[in-house]
Design a protein around this ligand. Structure first.
Ligand SMILES: [Fe+2]
Length: 208
């Protein structure tokens, strides 16, 4: 694994316009070049074709507010921001339940059954953003968010991200799923002045 500081051009790519995002990205992601984002199990609760949404807590579930932003990089050099990447996100609620606790196409479910799931598309700078609530850890699983990224000319990846400040916790050490996640999938969440837990995810896709 190659460790290096962010160069100014790279910092401008991966950190977006806000100082908060830049601080988060610099500490969590930019110091480490992980290469293409590693895959992790899809799990039993992926619902396909959910609605496009930035705020994915459409049913108003209770919990600590969370905002996850990120960037998707790829291309010939592996570091070019990719526009138009389809990003799927899903996670459980503050009690450990998915909505629904099921999978398949979204048409199988009533709209009221769908929550904490969304889809988006990266902008011209390769950026994405989702607002939600912090998921619980459940069963033997460490706290996690599920993701799927699909971009033209690149290999799609289904993966999971984790909380850096929970790495090495009993919950983490007792979770035998995805034991070797690379550093870039351990997001350095920080709570901002408004009480929102913010994290930044730098994703890299390999060319097909
Ligand atoms: Fe899960």
């Amino acid at each position: 694994m190659l460790r290096r500081p962010c160069s100014p051009p790279r910092r401008s790519v991966c950190c977006g316009p806000s100082a908060q995002a830049c601080t988060t990205a610099t500490t969590a992601n930019c110091a480490t070049d992980c290469g293409p984002t590693g895959a992790a199990t899809e799990g039993p609760f992926y619902v396909r074709n959910v609605a496009v949404a930035t705020d994915i807590n459409t049913r108003g579930a209770r919990g600590k507010p969370m905002r996850v932003t990120g960037v998707v990089l790829g291309g010939a050099d592996g570091n070019t921001p990719l526009a138009g990447v389809k990003v799927d996100i899903w996670h459980c609620d503050a009690g450990g339940d998915y909505h629904p606790n099921g999978n398949g196409d979204v048409s199988r479910y009533k709209p009221a059954d769908i929550n904490l799931r969304g889809s988006g598309t990266t902008d011209a700078q390769g950026r994405f953003a989702f607002d939600s609530i912090v998921p619980a850890n459940y069963g033997s699983r460490r706290r996690h968010i599920h993701w799927r990224f699909e971009a033209a000319g690149h290999r799609a990846v289904t993966t999971q991200s984790y909380w850096l400040n929970e790495k090495g916790s009993p919950q983490d050490l007792g979770d035998f799923t995805d034991r070797n996640a690379e550093a870039c999938r351990w997001l350095d969440f920080k709570t901002n002045a408004r009480g929102v837990e913010e994290g930044f995810f730098e994703v890299k896709l390999a060319r097909a």
